[in-house]
Design a protein around this ligand. Structure first.
Ligand code: G3P
Ligand code: MG
Length: 245
């Protein structure tokens, strides 16, 4: 799998320190603050619409209640996805993947698209994701990485497209992942920063993948991770590496 030039900072759920996570406002804010890549999470609504949401439930980041997977997009589209964060974001909506990709491409940003959702719907989610990428992204999938904690999602992604750049997401490295990285032809491994040290980095090095770390909101920690050989970090604060950041 070809290498990706990952940037040092990837705006986690958009610029989620400054705007409600996973909304178009957080995406635009990330671009305004000068990052070149963003991360977002995608799952399916009850009617099979792809929605940009982190939690499986609507409760934390919208004024609705219930499970995303059991709620129609018609209902989700009417919810306020910004008021919980600050009153000025009250009119923000839960974006669809099409809306997110269209805006990301227009802002010329790279994207780590994290697949969430229910394991039994992995193929359905992937079918929708590929259809949206076809509409909004370049055919060579430049500046794109599709990641997941779910093996079902990663396998569905690889089955669906041999060329899609994939990232294996996990809280911590395990030696068993070596075989998985190779068999899925992963481009990256995305790990919780707490799990990374020199020994782990040496073990990963044999598999020719980029190492990304989440979620890093401390400048000194980010610099330590770069010294270890981490390519980039997911951060809620795109200003992290700026003077005084
Ligand atoms: O993709 C990195 C990070 O977003 C993974 O964890 O829970 O924030 O989606 P989470
Ligand atoms: Mg995520």
């Amino acid at each position: 799998m070809s290498k990706i030039a990952f940037p040092k900072l990837i705006a986690h759920r958009g610029a989620s320190t400054y705007a409600p996570e996973n909304t178009l406002a957080s995406l635009r804010k990330a671009a305004e603050l000068g990052v070149s890549w963003v991360e977002c999470d995608v799952a399916l609504s009850a009617c099979g619409q792809t929605v940009i949401m982190h939690d499986s439930s609507l409760n934390r980041t919208t004024n609705g209640k219930g499970e995303v997977a059991k709620t129609s997009y018609e209902l989700i589209s009417q919810l306020d996805a910004g008021g919980w964060f600050a009153p000025e974001f009250k009119d923000e909506r839960v974006p669809t993947l099409d809306q997110w990709l269209s805006c990301t491409a227009a802002l010329d940003l790279g994207l780590n698209l994290e697949l969430k959702g229910i394991p039994s719907q992995a193929d359905q989610l992937m079918e929708k994701v590929l259809a949206s990428l076809k509409l909004h992204w370049s055919e060579d999938y430049a500046n794109l990485c599709v990641s997941s904690f779910s093996l079902e999602n990663l396998e569905a992604a690889r089955r669906a497209d041999a060329k899609l750049p994939l990232g294996l997401l996990s809280k911590a490295w395990s030696e068993e992942y070596g075989e998985l990285l190779d068999s899925l032809s992963c481009t990256s491994i995305n790990l919780a920063h707490q799990s990374l040290d020199e020994r782990v980095m040496r073990q990963i090095a044999a598999h020719n993948v980029a190492v990304l770390a989440y979620t890093v909101d401390d400048k000194k920690l980010a610099e330590h991770l770069f010294e270890l050989g981490v390519c980039g970090v997911f951060t809620n604060d795109p200003c992290l590496l700026k003077e005084g950041g």
